[in-house]
Design a binder for this molecule. Structure first.
Ligand SMILES: [Zn+2]
Length: 257
């Protein structure tokens, strides 16, 4: 077999294929590496954000992002959250953050509220600029959730996930599966509006705030110390319970969503 000395053969695995045009998905293809400074450069030029990549094999050996390609290599690229038994190999980033916390871009307000109701610490503002989002991510070790591929390619970004789905309930399901959040669910512990952690509050203490129908039907209440919002196991509770049951079913080990 012959090949141009200035091109290498690339193959992308699993959900990294989402970033490729159809003819390059799940197939090996040649790509010119002339003019690229590193394997990271080449991968991003092909269209895959580096934040999505956890493992690169060049001719069967794991390499860092800065590996220079000279042409003729076989390059296999694996996603961050792919579960492979690859312990001895060189991962490109630290292990996933132990208690995942998030910062979400301006497109993901509903997802932020749903994740908060599931118990996850989520920063969200509808006027976040990229720079503020990245600063928050770095300062507080937060994972960026975004629908913006351009943001993922920024040099400073280390932990981020590109949300594929557009429907907010499907996004919740997608993120829980892709980031393996199933075991971290703490439903109804956090305010969906302001992200503060909720506190149990005695019924007697909030009695005068309750509509008479609620006063008659509910006994457990939670108060948000951030915004003063009062929660009880009413319609929101039932809706989220159904949503989480669908998002994290018993066979949560499956990657399908
Ligand atoms: Zn609140």
């Amino acid at each position: 077999m012959t090949h141009s000395t200035a091109s290498a053969e690339f193959r992308f695995y699993e959900e990294l294929n989402d970033f490729l045009p159809p003819e390059r998905r799940r197939a090996s293809f040649a790509y010119s590496v002339a003019g690229t400074r590193s394997v990271k450069d080449a991968i991003e030029a092909i269209g895959v954000p580096h934040t999505e990549v956890d493992l690169i094999l060049v001719d069967g050996l794991s390499v860092g992002f800065d590996r220079v390609l000279r042409g003729g290599e076989r390059v296999a690229v694996y996603p961050v959250f792919e579960r492979l038994d690859i312990a001895p190999l060189q991962h490109l980033r630290p292990r996933p953050l132990r208690e995942p916390r998030f910062v979400l871009d301006v497109h993901l307000g509903k997802l932020a509220r749903n994740l908060r109701m599931a118990g996850f610490d989520c920063l969200y503002r509808n006027d976040y600029r990229d720079s503020a989002l990245i600063t928050a991510a770095l300062a507080e070790h937060r994972i960026i959730l975004t629908r913006d591929k351009g943001l993922l390619k920024q040099r400073l970004v280390t932990h981020a996930y590109f949300v594929r789905r557009t429907d907010s309930e499907e996004q919740l399901r997608e993120v829980i599966h892709a980031l393996q959040l199933d075991t971290g669910l703490r439903p109804f512990t956090r305010c969906r509006e302001c992200n503060a952690q909720l506190r149990d509050v005695p019924k007697a203490q909030v009695l005068e705030r309750l509509p008479s129908s609620v006063r008659a039907s509910y006994d457990r209440f939670q108060l948000c110390p951030g915004c003063g919002r009062l929660y009880w196991e009413g319609t929101h509770y039932a809706r989220l319970r159904r949503l989480l049951d669908r998002a994290a079913p018993a066979d949560a080990g499956s990657r399908g969503y």
